[in-house]
Each structure stands twice: as structure tokens, then as C-alpha cells.
Design a protein around this ligand. Structure first.
Ligand SMILES: *Cc1c(COP(=O)(O)O)cnc(C)c1O
Length: 384
């Protein structure tokens, strides 16, 4: 039973942290005069669209912050994921391995490339793709032919593995990378939720061949809408820029495009907002951590598990996460909070349960099912 004491306890944390409100949203962005100033400057410059100096500036800032050699800013995280997979060699009728518990964007990006998702389980602790589940799947189903990995069951090439760092908590990325290397499969990290999350000082999204970030309005920092592709490979970075800029061959005036490209560049207007947000990222992360420390203290003597970072990982605490004891208690908690002005949300419906992905191959999904029955995300917005 969810006692009134828990709901009231949460409410008093939120009132104390944000001030008294009728409604506490799950995660909203915060702005000050700096966002307004940069947007004003951008509008006055007339460079509001896909060319402008703020785009170059945020790409540079992302390189500095993440430690990736290259960052390419794009329109949103889903587009970043689509293009990153294509750059990794994902093509029609190949298979991409991802986790069953993720946001639908991860899986849609596979479909956009004409490829087929395969779902493995997640780790019960960090909620990201489980390296053991991945290894077991490959050992049973895969074979190497001329250095390429094939699924013996379907006959299709396995063109990428794309783990997702759930709610900003790091998946076991070093172990996942080791399995990918063993099977010669490119690793593309969906680190859309992980801006500001690190493993041993290394930013998530920089462990594989390519990584992806999102700057949607509900993420840690926002561009309104936006995303980025990270890589250490100069050729891939150039190709990312080129593909997302309509695959245009550079020329003083001729319009020549030599393959199917996309109009996926981040507009300068969005980059201006993002620049202000990147400047205050450390402040926002610190504010989120302060809220998290209050939650940790609150839940320490309750029968509800509160997810915390495990050294040497540092999480951004994008969405604070608790685990209820079963699905019935989860539903009771969702009802009690959402009807009391506290926005909370469950985990996503597992990908293999969605109509588009029902036929896809999966491994045993014990942990994914267990977590989906118990996860609730609670109010996590930063404040200034
Ligand atoms: C937010 C998100 C995306 C996509 O980001 P958009 O910028 O909204 O397109 C991709 N994957 C995951 C896991 C996300 O949470």
C-alpha cells in the first residue's frame, strides 16, 4: 500500500525545493536572460536557419565538454541516431541489436534505415543493455564470416549494437564494447538521455564508433529540439555533416548532391538556445544533484528503492528513478502522485510489445519485464 505519508513527504520535498506550486512537472527546462539575449542576437543577425556561427560554437562546446574529437549538431536526437546507424554501416535487411526497454526513438531509427531490430535484456541494476544477454545471444545465434557477424537463425548480417543509457545511468559500456569487439560489430551509443553522465571521467557516447545526444525540451539541457552525433573518427564526422546537409558536394554555386542526404542540420536559432544551456550545464547538474540528495535521504528509511549512481560512474540524474514492489503498487503510486499534482511516469512499454516490433527476435527478457513492472520516474527538473 502506498501510504499518504509517502505522497505528502514527496510534496514537502518539492515545495521546499521549487516553492509551493499546484503542479510539479516531471522535467521542464529553465532559462534566464542569457537564453533571451542569445536568441535576440541570433534573430537580429538574420542567421536563424541552417547556417550560422552559433552552430559552430555549440559543436565546439560539445567537443570540449564530452571529450569526443568531433560533434555534429542536428535537428533532434532521433535524426542523430538514424544517421549514426547509417554511418556505422547499418543498411536495408540487416539487423541491429538493442535493448527491449528503451524509448521508441532508438528502435524507430533502426527502421528508418530499413534494418530489423533484435531485442536483448537489460541489466537489473543500471537498466541499460546487459552485456551478458548480448554475449549469450551472439554465442547461440551468431557466426563470423569474412570478419562480419551474421545471425545464423535469420541469415542476416548484424550491422550494429546500440545500447541506451537509461535515464542517464551508464550501461555497462566497457563490457558491451568488449563483446562488440569480439564479434566485430560497430557500437553506436544512444546517449540521448546522458548529457552530463560519465564512466570513470569519460563522457557517455564516446565509447563506441559513434554516440548520440538529444536536446529535446524534456532532457537535461534543451535546444528546443536538437541532437548531436559524437565520434572520434574524422571521416565519419565529415560524412555526418555532409549527409545531414543534403549530401551536397561543395562548390561555389553549383547544386550537386551525390547520394541520398537529409535536411537534418540544427538551425542556428536552436543552437543559440543550446549555447546558453551548455554554458549553464554544470549549474543545472548541480541543482539536479541537490534535489536527488533530498530524495536519497527521504527514501533511505522507506521500502522503496531509489536508484543511485555506482562508482566510478557519474550520472546526470536526468530522471530520478524509484522501484516499487510490483506492478499493482506501481500503478497505485502513479495514481496517488499524478492525482495530487506530482507528475510521475512509468517506464516505456517494452519494444517487443509494440505492434511494429512484435515479430522481432528477442532473448529472455526477465530483467526488462521485472523493471517495467516497477520503475517510476519522479519529478526531476533543475532550478536556477
Ligand atoms: C529523447 C530520446 C531520443 C530522441 O531524442 P529526440 O531529440 O526527442 O528526437 C532517443 N533515444 C532516447 C532513449 C531518448 O530518450
Amino acid at each position: 500500500m502506498i501510504s499518504l505519508e509517502i505522497v505528502n513527504g514527496l510534496k514537502s520535498i518539492l515545495e521546499d525545493f521549487y516553492g509551493k506550486e499546484d503542479f510539479y512537472p516531471l522535467h521542464i527546462p529553465v532559462f534566464d536572460h542569457v537564453e533571451q539575449q542569445y536568441l535576440k542576437e541570433c534573430i537580429e543577425s538574420t542567421f536563424v536557419s541552417s547556417v550560422g556561427k552559433q552552430i559552430d560554437e555549440v559543436e565546439k562546446m560539445l567537443v570540449e565538454y564530452t571529450g569526443a574529437k568531433y560533434a555534429v549538431a542536428v535537428v533532434n536526437g532521433t535524426a542523430a541516431q538514424q544517421v549514426a546507424l547509417r554511418l556505422a554501416g547499418v543498411e536495408k535487411d540487416t539487423e541491429v541489436i538493442t535493448q527491449a526497454m528503451t524509448f521508441v526513438a532508438t528502435t524507430n531509427a533502426i527502421l528508418y534505415n530499413g534494418a530489423i531490430p533484435v531485442f536483448v535484456d537489460v541489466d537489473k541494476e543500471n537498466m541499460g543493455l546487459c552485456p551478458k544477454s548480448l554475449r549469450d545471444f551472439l554465442e547461440i545465434n551468431a557466426e563470423l564470416k569474412n570478419g562480419q557477424c551474421f545471425n545464423k537463425t535469420s541469415g542476416k548480417r548484424i550491422s550494429a549494437v546500440t545500447p541506451m543509457h537509461t535515464y542517464g545511468f551508464a550501461a555497462s559500456i566497457i563490457e558491451i564494447k568488449a563483446v562488440c569487439d569480439e564479434w566485430n560489430i560497430p557500437l553506436v551509443e544512444d546517449s540521448a538521455e546522458a548529457v552530463g553522465s560519465f564512466v570513470d571521467g569519460k563522457h557517455l557516447g564516446t565509447f563506441g564508433l559513434l554516440g548520440v545526444l538529444s536536446f529535446n525540451g524534456n532532457k537535461v539541457i534543451t535546444a528546443g529540439g536538437g541532437g548531436a552525433i559524437l565520434t572520434n573518427d574524422e571521416e565519419l564526422a565529415k560524412k555526418a555533416k555532409y549527409l545531414t546537409t543534403t549530401a551536397k558536394v561543395p562548390h561555389k554555386w553549383e547544386y550537386v548532391h551525390d547520394e541520398m542526404g537529409y535536411n537534418y542540420r540544427m538551425p542556428n536559432l536552436n543552437a543559440s538556445l543550446l549555447k546558453a544551456q551548455l554554458e549553464k550545464l554544470p549549474t543545472l547538474l548541480a541543482s539536479k544533484r541537490e534535489l536527488t540528495s533530498r530524495y536519497i535521504e527521504f527514501f533511505s528509511d522507506k521500502s522503496i528503492e531509489f536508484k543511485t549512481e555506482q562508482a566510478p560512474n557519474k550520472t546526470n540524474y536526468w530522471l530520478n528513478t524509484i522501484l516499487l514492489s510490483d506492478r499493482a503498487e506501481r500503478d497505485e503510486f502513479l495514481e496517488a502522485t499524478n492525482s495530487n499534482g506530482i507528475m510521475t511516469r512509468p517506464a516505456w512499454t517494452l519494444m517487443n510489445e509494440l505492434p511494429m516490433f512484435k515479430e522481432c527476435q528477442t532473448t529472455d527478457l526477465t530483467n526488462s519485464i521485472w523493471l517495467a513492472d516497477r520503475i517510476v520516474n519522479i519529478t526531476s527538473s533543475p532550478k536556477l
